[in-house]
Design a protein around this ligand. Sequence first.
Ligand SMILES: [Zn+2]
Length: 85
Amino acid sequence: MEAKPKDGRPALLTNAPLCQARTRAGGLCRCPAVKGKARCRIHGGAKGSGAPSGERNGAWKHGGSTNEVIALRREAGQLMKAVRD
Ligand SMILES: [Zn+2]
C-alpha cells in the first residue's frame, strides 16, 4: 500500500478505515473509525457508547448464543465429523 500523505494528514490516518456514518449533507463522514469499530468517536465509536455486552445487554436470553458457546458447538461438530470419517 502507498503511504503518501493526503489532505496533509499523516499516512497512518489516511490508511485507517473510515467512519461509515452518513452526514446530514448526504456524504460520508471521513473521520478515521475507532479501532475495532466501524464508526468514528463522534458517530458512536466512543468508549462506553452502545449497549453493554453479555448478560447486561437487553437482548440477552439464555447465553446459548454467546461467541464462546458458538465456538464450542462448532468444535463439537468438527469432532463428530472426524469421528464419522
Ligand atoms: Zn463519523
